[in-house]
Write a protein that binds this ligand. Structure first.
Ligand code: HEC
Length: 257
């Protein structure tokens, strides 16, 4: 009895006849210049990444980025500008071929082509060489992109009066941002007695310091309101004891936030 005699073998097209092993290319001609992607390389990448991430997080916590000044809707002369890293796109829209009826050109087609070319870069230039002169297409594309971005940013920035802008846009330090409840009965009392020196948002004015974030008890504030302190003259507050309570409560409430 011959086993298997007359049996037919049917091929499975999904399995290749020559079995290819999942073995990486032999890089032994570059001793010491190759390493496994997983986990060695990925671990290193991840470590560097987390150092930067934690660094940036600590920096933003220690120095919160200030907000620009409050927008002034009555100022029609104010020209809003994008942040510096988008100035080049903004400048592009000033050219005739990218503005007016051709705005689509400026906002979609040209940037689309430029960023699309980035995706194509590996296919346009896939030579093995690593030196710049061996990769003229990739290097050419990069130089073109870098010079246009730098040129457009420079052109845009050169025509802005940055000092005036900075003055108009004075940053609001996060510590000094408080929500002033102008409906509070204490605000009306503050308005008529103290606002002229301490500012309409309590952040200080010409004559008086900021009343935000001060380390004073309610009693102290009440005393200061009537007796003054340092260079603040006495008798600034005029009104009933009840109004004084409301005023002090209002100032305390701003400081509790
Ligand atoms: C004429 C301007 C003027 C007016 C009006 C005024 N202040 Fe003052 N205030 C000052 C000046 C100036 C100081 C700083 C005093 C110093 O430290 O030498 C000050 C300081 C203070 C302080 C202490 C701030 C701190 O850092 O501890 C408080 C609290 C205060 N004012 C509350 C009031 C209240 C409440 C009113 C309204 C009833 C008022 N002030 C009205 C000028 C004014």
């Amino acid at each position: 009895m011959h086993r298997g005699k007359g049996m037919k073998f049917v091929g499975d097209s999904r399995i290749s006849a020559e079995r290819k092993h999942n073995i990486p290319k032999d890089y032994s001609e570059y001793p010491g210049r190759t390493e496994a992607f997983w986990p060695n390389f990925l671990l290193k990448e991840w470590l560097v990444g987390s150092v930067f991430l934690v660094g940036f997080l600590s920096l933003t916590l220690a120095h919160p980025s200030p907000l620009e000044g409050v927008a002034d809707p009555t100022d029609a002369a104010y020209v809003p500008l994008p942040d510096w890293y988008f100035l080049f796109l903004y400048e592009l829209l000033k050219y005739d071929f990218a503005s007016g009826p051709y705005t689509l050109m400026g906002i979609i087609v040209i940037p689309g082509l430029a960023f699309g070319a980035l995706l194509l870069a590996p296919f346009l230039d896939n030579g093995p060489g690593r030196r710049p002169y061996q990769r003229p297409i990739a290097v050419g594309m990069m130089l073109l992109a870098v010079t246009s971005v730098i040129w457009l940013t420079y052109e845009s920035a050169a025509h802005v009066d940055w000092e005036t802008r900075a003055e108009q846009n004075k940053p609001i330090h996060p510590d000094e941002q408080v929500n002033i409840d102008t409906e509070d009965p204490g605000f009306a009392i503050y308005e008529s007695n103290c606002l002229s020196c301490h500012g309409d948002d309590l952040s200080g004015g010409g004559a008086g310091p900021s009343l935000i974030g001060i380390d004073r008890s309610a009693e102290e504030i009440a005393t200061i309101a009537t007796d003054g302190v340092g260079s603040m003259p006495a008798d600034q507050f005029t009104g009933s004891d009840e109004e004084l309570d409301q005023l002090v409560e209002f100032i305390m409430s701003v400081n509790e936030e």
